[in-house]
Design a protein around this ligand. Sequence first.
Ligand code: FES
Length: 570
Amino acid sequence: MRSDAWFGEVAGVRDAYIHRAWMRRGTPADSFDGRPHIAIANTASDLTPCNAHLDEVARSVQAGIWAAGGVPHVMPVMSLGETLMRPTAMLWRNLAAMSIEEMLRANPVDGVVLMGGCDKTIPSLLMAASSVDLPAVVVPGGPMLTGTFRGRPLGCGTDVWRLSEEVRAGTLSAAEFSSSESSMIRSAGHCNTMGTASTMACMAEALGMTIPGFAGVPAVDARLRSMAHETGRLAVRLVHEDRRPSTVMTAMSFRNAIVTLAVIGGSTNAVVHLLAIAGRLGVDLGLDDFDRIGHDVPLLVNLQPSGEHLMDDFFRAGGLRAALREVADLLSPDAVTVTGQPFVAGLDEVSTFDTDVVRSRSEPLQPAAGIAVLRGNLAPDGAIIKPSAASPELLVHRGPALVFDSIEDAHARLDDPDLDVTADSVLVLRGCGPRGYPGMPEVGNLPLPRALLRAGVRDMVRVSDARMSGTAYGTVVLHVAPEAAAGGPLARLRTGDLVELDVPSRRLEAVVDPQEWASRTPAATSTDAYARPVRGWERLYVDHVLQADRGADLDFLVGRSGAEVARESH
Ligand code: FES
């Protein structure tokens, strides 16, 4: 065991004494007889409300670890609350991953159970586990139960966007909107749409990193507790069998994740997170793989924001495995899970209990729903769009650009009654990429101009170097790379230039004379609202963050360092 280096004879008499003595706070003496010590990396925090119940779930994991002959250690780790953190939780995903990786390496643990839920928590845990490459398994915290407002279900996030646009359009009063607030969050758990949290739980399962069937079990369901217990037991077995993230998350697993992302109509944020995780593992995954593998995969899961239902309905209908049974032929038969079994094992025995929520292959919501990767003179390194959440009639569109240099600029002008904008305009937001904002916030789905909303317009083409919430929808081109603040050509665009979006041809172009385009001086995109950082994490982040097409990881965090510790301080 790796932990023998702390607790066993190899540590030396005095040092082993110190390490064991300080751990003896009710720990049985046989805890140090060479059995696996398992960290429970726990992202519970009152300021990450979606994960606040994880302390309770950790108790089930602990019990499972003890039952299987291991020794559990709850290890609170950096947690990122999506709704609260300013300027954006994404600014710290890499910091969370780095700190978790370092804590796992520094401590006497042989394996780890990764407990996450809210958007950035599962990605940062998986990035950390990949770089330290100790045996690891994920416990997804589960979605909340469905809240209702005046008898209608409320989708976290998606309905906030929809209702707030109704207020701006004048079709819903501000008082009615705020009275829905107390109905939105009904129970413990993360957002109940197929937003980023639900998507990343499904991605963890598709990568093979959970017990099969775990993603989507509601946070308050008794089955989540029993699967957490089972996961604790499995963590001990993982150590004995030396099954590590690098042996589970292979190129085949990423293929399965991309197929899954299309089937569920998952969040665009999964693209940057999967790229970052693959980068840690040394798996050769590029932006174009999402289009190549996912392009013809049908959308089968009828959940907001691409469809109607919510995670509770998905679970009742049979869940992720029921949806994946329909596309079993598209999944890699060689990918394995943390159980050691093939990912596709047992899929043919799964049932669907509601075919409106989980559609059959013959009656998909959309026949081809994968993320589309666009290129052109506006995005030489790529940009993405989620066709399943877009308006079909806008997927081929040409219109004049209306350019905003920051989100503050957009907010200041979008509701101006004199704004020169039509439904054909292309709203362009720049200066909001990884480096420019910094942190690549979820602002790419710009609100529509109030005047157009009042005229009944509900979607427009939008283009940005930002991300958007996984709960959002619309014809929104995101993650333009390189971003404007990194010298990307988006900075050369001017209001009035024609922009052409052609999703079937995978093109995003500024229709500008090439000579003039090449000679233009890029616009300054820094904002007064957010001065360039001079110290601390933000400085490190801005100096080292990679572009979206490489997962927005830090350049020096790509790859693995393993779990070796070279020196001992005593
Ligand atoms: Fe935490 Fe949506 S805000 S999952």
